[in-house]
Design a protein around this ligand. Structure first.
Ligand code: MRU
Length: 376
């Protein structure tokens, strides 16, 4: 269903079959796992076999589409109530990314008003997959044009930095922040974007494992840095002109929940005069929230910090790889592990969406995303 590089296709839907790339074993193994129903979809999201705000929503929606393909209902009302119940269940998987809740709300409304609930549901879930690829391509184009236009006079090629994984693996394809990196690099072949730095993204290492894998696959020149090296890096290299990140939930005023560590990147970007750009489809913007104070932040297991996860193998060959964890901190160490943080709007230069690039107006410290989206 997507024209993208198949090794980077995280979600494969061929009606009525859903398979996903198991992100727990990347980058060492490319393993597709079947998702036959909403229980498997819920499990895949909770265990991080799939992750990233748009991908979570689409896998949830399509897991139920797959389940519907194997069921028949005596009446439309029965199908409606089954779908509602399963959507409620899917929305208990992870709390922070709004895309899942947005998808659930839209799908419930569609099903409530449908005389062919099961069929219409599957069509709508499929459409979400197609829309996400189109939206990300537009985000990439809009963001690349914005960054290119802001190059300082006399600086031909620039560098950027990104955090977490926001690429094809976190979406239906192309990616959001990493989609901008891709689009910028294509413009024309590496002459605007010379190099990408990306953080390891502790503690789950979405950067070191997943973004590294995507950038290698694409052949984009890149360097991995520790999360704690970014300030030193910005000071040492003035050709880094932008930090580009994704979003799990953006409030109406532009406050942005994204992977833990994003907030400190925005602070250091401001200090060093570097643009801080949030890339997100409109489905990641929660217009019901006035500010980021209301965003629920997921807290994950302490072991993600007290242990490191890796792979070990005695023999050559990916199938021999064994997942291993190593205890780093003394047993019994307590850890605080919020998975996301909220970056205040005042630190954000622009929010790049498929509908356009939104900036703060009239010297205000916050965005008016409701008006920006309505007028786009
Ligand atoms: O915990 P994860 O891996 O689901 O977190 C993902 C992120 O924070 C991404 O940056 C965000 O979802 C944007 S994905 C296009």
């Amino acid at each position: 269903m997507s024209a993208q590089n198949s090794r980077l296709q995280a979600i494969v839907w061929t009606r009525p079959t859903l398979t996903i790339l198991n992100q727990l074993v990347l980058p060492h193994s490319s393993e597709y796992i079947p998702i036959p129903d909403s229980a498997a979809g819920h499990h895949a999201i909770v265990t991080m076999q799939t992750r990233g705000a748009p991908a979570i929503a689409i896998v949830a929606a399509l897991s139920l589409a797959a389940e519907l393909g194997a069921r028949t209902f005596a009446t439309n009302a029965e199908a409606q109530s089954f779908i509602h119940e399963k959507l409620d269940y899917l929305s208990t998987s992870r709390p922070t990314a709004v895309n899942l809740f947005d998808a659930v709300t839209k799908l419930k409304a569609l099903v409530s008003g449908s005389e062919n609930a099961a069929e219409d549901y599957v069509d709508a879930a499929e459409q979400m997959l197609r829309d996400d690829i189109a939206d990300n391509t537009a985000i990439g184009k809009n963001g690349a044009a914005f960054i290119e236009a802001r190059r300082p006079t006399g600086m031909q090629a620039i560098k950027v930095l990104t955090h977490c994984n926001t690429g094809a693996l976190a979406t239906a394809g192309h990616g959001t922040a990493l989609g901008i990196v891709r689009s910028l690099y294509q413009k024309p072949a590496g002459r605007v974007l010379e190099h990408v730095y990306f953080t390891e993204t502790r503690p789950y290492n979405q950067g070191a494992r997943l973004t590294a894998y995507e950038l290698q696959e694409e052949g984009i020149p890149s360097t991995l840095v520790c999360d704690s090296a970014v300030s030193a890096l910005l000071r040492s290299d003035p050709t880094i002109r932008a930090i580009v990140v994704g979003a799990d939930r953006v409030a109406r005023n532009g406050d942005t929940a994204n992977k833990i560590g994003t907030y400190q990147l925005a602070i250091t970007a401001k200090f060093h005069g570097v643009d801080f750009i949030v890339a997100a489809p409109v489905t990641s913007i929660d217009l019901a929230l006035e500010s980021g104070k209301e965003i629920v932040i997921e807290e994950r297991a302490m072991q993600e910090i007290t242990q490191t996860a890796g792979f070990a193998s005695e023999s050559i060959g990916e199938s021999e790889l064994v997942r291993q964890t190593v205890q780093v901190a003394p047993v019994g160490t307590r850890a605080w592990n919020p998975s996301f943080d909220v970056t205040p709007a005042e630190l954000i230069t622009a929010v790049v969406t498929e509908k356009g690039v939104f900036e703060k107006k009239n010297g205000r410290g916050v965005f008016d995303l409701a008006a920006d989206i309505a007028n786009a």
